[in-house]
Design a protein. Structure first.
Length: 492
């Protein structure tokens, strides 16, 4: 596995292959429709959902505007509570910090809570290279790890697997990682869950080091929060002697009162629950209760670069609920692997190109992995206008222009393969700034509309092969207005 899936082809190539996998499409269709229907019912129970959504947006925007102050506050609060704070500018630095901290304990095994940040930096692979074995304890992450697979969903990483496939993975792989699966294991959910529980229990009881992420960090007290549904996180956060948490700097909320908003919106948007079954919170260390040593690694890895983009920074509001994935028609058909990132779906299409830049073929293609239908914006619990950011990033890919990379202001070059698009946009710009030419072109198009082809020639076939070309009206709007209103009403 790789946190960034280096070497993946561009999204159109990967998606074309995924769409042809009928088993994958069936798994995704069943899972996403079930989750989004349950979410809709859970959200409908709250009369003030719109107000909660707006509150979440405002809290996140306020925090991002004052992130420098809140980061210092977090460091001071965690240190005062007995923890140690480390700063990581990028993935390599974060991996080095975590590996060194584990090595200092003398241990060669760690148990992990499900964490997008550690997947983003490919921590498991970095630890493996140092001879340290990291064991995933979330059920879906365990399935992915045992199957030597890649996650394909933010909330349900193994959403692309059905029960029969999971049974086969457990039967063939569990014994290589620890306690083997029962010989007569079937594909019933209860038996699969019990096999995973027995397999993991011995790891929980043996582990001396735990690694986690966090859903939120409360600045005023230095408290970290993890919400989950299985209880594995609670085991990882309480049993080990040493706990290391890797957290993106955007996960901060200023106060406990702010946390109240997200503990209502996150579970309903993600698992369609009123409250997560397990909400674990810890502040530093406490004698004879939980880990005796706590380290917090605050991860940047492109986040301050994203923060510098006035349009794109709203992606940092994301609370990783995955609601946008479950309503996206593109994700439902292509699946998560096609996005070439641990952040798939609509949020991945705007977050990954900002964290990693648009220099690679896969990252340059991600802003186009959308129909711009807007369903993702409608369900986002913090009102991220994903279509707006997608269009913004498409402009960056095609036109290039100023951006911030690694803390430095740079001028990006246009991506390859978009020369025709740039020429078309320049022609459109010229036409819209020359009303006479625009009017003449509209009249010519109307008078020759019977000669227009039904499909576009050349490269345009990729667009018109699945869409109807819009019909040209019999006369331009300006001519119709002049004819029916005699020019009255301000039309020019």
């Amino acid at each position: 596995m790789s946190g960034t899936f280096v070497g993946m082809p561009a999204f159109p190539v990967a998606a074309r292959e995924a769409v042809g996998d009928t088993t994958l499409r069936g798994n995704l269709r069943h899972a996403t429709r079930t989750i989004r229907d349950k979410r809709a019912r859970a959200v409908a129970e709250l009369d003030d959902w719109a107000a909660l959504r707006e509150a979440g947006k405002q809290i996140k925007d306020h925090t991002l505007r004052h992130l420098d102050r809140y980061l210092v506050q977090v460091e001071e609060a965690v240190t005062a509570a007995g923890g140690t704070v480390h700063w990581a500018a990028d993935a390599d630095e974060a991996n080095e910090i975590v590996a060194r901290l584990v090595e200092e304990t003398g241990e060669r095994e760690v148990v992990k809570v499900k964490s997008m940040a550690t997947q983003e930096i490919a921590l498991n692979e970095a630890l493996e290279a140092r001879g340290i074995h990291a064991y995933e304890t979330d059920l879906a992450e365990l399935i992915v790890q045992l199957g030597k697979d890649r996650p394909s969903h933010i909330l349900v990483p193994a959403i692309h697997r059905n029960r029969g496939e999971i049974r086969d993975v457990f039967r063939s792989e569990m014994g290589e990682w620890g306690r083997p699966a029962p010989e007569n294991l079937t594909d019933t959910p209860a038996e699969l869950a019990e096999a995973a529980r027995l397999h993991l229990r011995e790891k929980f009881l043996r582990a001396r080091v735990g690694i986690s992420g966090a859903n939120f960090v409360v600045a005023e007290t230095g408290t970290l929060v993890v919400v989950e549904s299985e209880g594995n996180g609670r085991m990882c956060l309480t049993l080990p002697e040493t706990l290391i948490s890797v957290v993106g700097i955007e996960k901060i909320v200023p106060t406990w009162r702010d946390l109240e908003v997200f503990l209502q919106t996150l579970p309903r948007s993600s698992t369609a629950e009123r409250m997560n079954p397990y909400t674990s919170m810890w502040t530093g260390t406490t004698d004879e209760d939980g880990p005796g040593t706590f380290h917090l690694v605050l991860l940047d890895n492109g986040r301050t670069d994203t923060l510098a983009d006035q349009v794109g920074r709203q992606a940092l509001r994301c609370i990783r609920c995955s609601a946008c994935l479950n309503v996206c028609p593109v994700y439902e058909r292509a699946g998560g692997h096609a996005y070439g990132s641990v952040y798939p779906g609509p949020i991945g299409a705007i977050l990954s190109p900002q964290l990693r830049g648009t220099g690679s073929e896969i990252d340059a293609s991600l802003p186009y992995a959308s129909s711009l239908c807007g369903a993702c914006y409608e369900v986002c619990p913090v009102a991220i206008d994903i279509p707006e950011v997608l269009v913004h990033l498409r402009e960056r890919v095609v036109q290039g222009g100023p951006a911030v990379r690694h803390g430095n202001r740079v001028v990006l070059k246009p991506a390859k393969g978009h020369a025709a698009e740039r020429a078309a946009m320049r022609a459109a710009q010229w036409a819209f700034t020359h009303p006479g030419a625009l009017r003449a072109g509209q009249r010519l198009a109307s008078r020759t509309r019977r000669l227009h082809p039904r499909t576009l020639p050349g490269p345009g076939r990729a667009w018109s092969g699945s869409r109807d070309l819009p019909a040209v009206p019999a006369e331009p709007f300006r001519d119709w207005w002049q004819r029916t209103h005699g020019g009255k009403g301000g039309a020019k």
